[in-house]
Design a protein around this ligand. Sequence first.
Ligand code: NAD
Length: 665
Amino acid sequence: MSASPVRLEREGRVAVVVIDNPPVNAGSAAVRSGLLEAVAAVAADPALEAGVIIGAGGTFVAGSDIREFGQPLAEPQLPAVLAALAACPKPFVAALHGAALGGGFELALGCDARVAAMDAVVGLPEVTLGMIPGAGGTQHLPRLAGVAKAIEIACSGRRVKAAEALRLGLVDAVAEGDLRAAAVAHALALGGRKRPVSALPVPADPPEAVADAEKAALRAGKGRPPVVAAIAAIKEAATLPYGEALANERRMFQALRQSPEAAALRHLFFAEREAAKVPGLEGAAERPVGSAGVVGAGTMGSGIATCFADAGIAVTLIDQDEEAVARGLACVKQGYDASVAAGRLDEAEAERRLARIHGAVDLASLADADLVVEAIFEDMALKEAMFARLDAVAKPGAILATNTSYLDVDRIAAATKRPQDVLGLHFFSPAPVMRLLEVVRAAKTSPGALATALAVGRKLRKLCVVAKVGEGFIGNRLYAAYRRQCELLVEEGALPEEVDAALESFGFAMGPFAVADMAGLDIAWRMRQRLAATRDPRERYCAIADRLCERGRLGRKTGAGWYRYPPGARRGEPDPEVRALIEAASAAAGIARRAIDPDEIRGRALATLVREAERVLAEGVALRASDVDLVLVNGYGFPKHEGGPLFWASRQDRARLDAATARLA
Ligand code: NAD
């Protein structure tokens, strides 16, 4: 039998229970049994008057073993540990450092007091994994912080730092020096008295505060079942006897952890870890990146420069003339002003970040940059010329990246004498906000350059997904196929607003036509023009979007696209002119329009995504299915609770799905 991950040490009359389950002391059946034994030992030993629970290494219990939630839970379960702590006549103090999250924080809340190190964070991330806390979290949190604050913390799943935790009463003290010694002293100071959180009354929050917190949580959480359940459980803390509310919490937890939504969110959690594993990079040397350059100070370039400045990296932002540079810098400043106004950033920090960005027109100012990202117009000839110039000015070993949406990175690399240092860094708009970053590994990209780009991506706090070269990489390739299918549906009889409504009801943040209007119709228009010469003439081509562009309807920015946007309108409105244009296009293509129901719209759009995803995998453009899911969820508004197109497909009746994809062909 292997040694228990929990050991009992003694410091005079205090037992120090050490959880030692590397790397993060995750909860497990062995940890829980060890805790039960330790609590029993403390209770039975007259020489001991109190206990301290602490984690070995750099953290308390950072969370539960997430794999456990997909299976029947092994005994003993966490509520049994909490019950033992409650029943033990001697008080326990939780000593928190590193992270105390989920079951880890629930364990701490089951103790009689909590002492935190300055670096500690606490939180209940269960809702973000499709569940609710299941071991008293929803009952103990409101007793300490109030119902409104508990709703905010549990529904967002955010990490609360030690100083805020102290202010909210989630911890009793913050230890500046030795945590273990402080916790032992705190345990002795309790003088043997129990003070379980369960015995505290729930503070009476003003009803408006609770209603506001509830509304905000439902909005941010899109009204998903785990958010609704967490709110209900927390409110019960104030309305039901403790035992009854605790049992209800456990019941909801058990039901939700086995839900398809929780399975999808677990899939995405593990997908993020997998995405970081890139074959062929073992032993590759990362290069230091202390300064960066961005060429093209438009929508993307100014956003990308902001990302570098946010990460503490000095950046030179280049455009063709002073005016364009000034526009780019003004755009950056506007972004920071908005963050300050919204309270996300303090003014001094915004100033510091802004000061990291310098504008310039001369490419020679990039001579010292360790990494350059090109974000000029989407045009191969322009990009080739730019890379030849960058090759001439950049220092040896500098990485040259393109933010191209669709273009062939191998060709761009071939314009330089250092193709081994060229790759794609495909940011999404708005760059400072969107977490996804497709990192495109070109045929000649060296492992060192790729490893460096991934390290920079992580420093920018992006979710990096590696793709190979191919028209539109992973995301834009799938999205182009999906959008085209939606346009065919419109040509056959559906209206844009019907397609958008059907896909929004599936859970997409926005339907494809609302998205197109927001992003601008001209990008895809240019792509279609570029591909026109090589398009298979037998391929069905829907020209409605071209007709819109020819009329100057380029989307929101021109006041009209698939919808019209009267001044001040928050959403687009269906436009009779577009309807007439669509009907004329159907007639011109010899198509008798028919009503298409939402099920058919969803079925065809999703089957298209799945079919294209399978091709991307077969061609090796994506390394693995879960990478495709990450891209669609984090870059294209595919609903998280469905886990991405390939996870969704794995849950469908395969014969039906195959029939649907066969029909598309
Ligand atoms: P944009 O038109 O807003 O900006 C392009 C900028 O590049 C302009 O300011 C222009 O003056 C400048 N520029 C053009 N040629 C230049 C040159 N030779 N030297 C210096 N500056 C030059 O375009 P954008 O939307 O920011 O797109 C830039 C790139 O990013 C494109 O390749 C695009 O496909 C890609 N991209 C765009 C998005 C998006 O949503 N807009 C998303 C991902 C990737």
